[in-house]
Design a protein around this ligand. Structure first.
Ligand SMILES: O=c1ccn([C@@H]2O[C@H](COP(=O)(O)O)[C@@H](O)[C@H]2O)c(=O)[nH]1
Length: 232
């Protein structure tokens, strides 16, 4: 069976837990995501530990955000780990995004538009001209013009972003919660089925899977539900 277009966020306190979650979910999902918590603790070694023998694709979610020269160096340094996807913050600007793209030619650079934990009042307080969907669309265009081939946005904006950037850009949505699940610190959320129907290519799902008593079964259940949605 084809693995579902889900990136499981391995936000684990230690390497053993992360490797265990990875081995439980990889039969069901296409991607595993390593973020700041694991990478800052274990560095590059974490990639081999969670990749295992499965060949699952690795999404390195480091959200680089610095001047172009520094981001170029950082992107080049991590590109030797061969992640399929590496994130940078779109608010770093066009030159910074371009620097990442040029320094990691074998990795898909994904620009994070507006974090899914932020709501409209957060954007007002930060002085980012909202509403969120307009800010996300603005940052999406800028990022694609700078060479990003993937974008991270919430499921709320994914249909508008798809209309803006066309079919060739990979749209990645965190802020995904199965019906009735706790939203926790996420603000702009939708169900996996809705996010996929609205045009997402890859759904980032962490705690609803890893916080379950059986992460493998939780991933399998969401994958099965997505298959039913796309078949109907
Ligand atoms: O806008 C963003 C960008 C990245 N993330 C990351 O996705 C996961 C979500 O985990 P959940 O447990 O499903 O909330 C997490 O690793 C974030 O760092 C995001 O949530 N929003």
């Amino acid at each position: 069976m084809t693995p579902a277009p889900i990136a499981v966020a391995l936000d684990a306190p230690d390497l053993e837990t992360a490797a265990q979650w990875a081995s439980l979910v990889t039969p069901h999902v296409s991607t595993i995501k390593v973020g700041l918590e694991l990478y800052l603790r274990y560095g590059p070694d974490v990639i081999a530990s969670v990749r295992g023998a499965s060949g699952v694709q690795i999404f390195l979610d480091l959200k680089l955000h610095d001047i172009p020269n520094t981001v170029a160096g950082a992107a080049k340094a991590v590109s030797r780990l061969r992640p399929a996807i590496l994130t940078v913050h779109a608010t770093g600007g066009a030159a910074m995004i371009r620097a990442a793209v040029e320094s990691a030619p074998h990795t898909k650079i994904a620009a994070v538009t507006i974090l899914t934990s932020l709501n409209e009042s957060d954007l007002d307080r930060m002085g980012l001209a909202g509403p969120a969907d307009e800010a996300v669309r603005r940052l999406s265009s800028l990022s694609v013009e700078a060479g990003a081939t993937a974008l991270v946005c919430s499921p709320h904006e994914v249909a508008a972003v798809r209309a803006e950037v066309g079919p060739d850009i990979t749209l990645i949505t965190p802020g995904v919660r199965p019906q009735g699940a706790d939203v926790q610190d996420q603000a702009r959320v939708a169900t996996p089925e809705q996010a996929l129907a609205d045009g997402a290519d890859l759904l980032v799902i962490g705690r609803p899977i890893t916080g379950s008593a059986d992460p493998g079964a939780a991933a399998a259940a969401i994958a099965a539900s997505l298959r039913r949605t796309t078949a109907s």
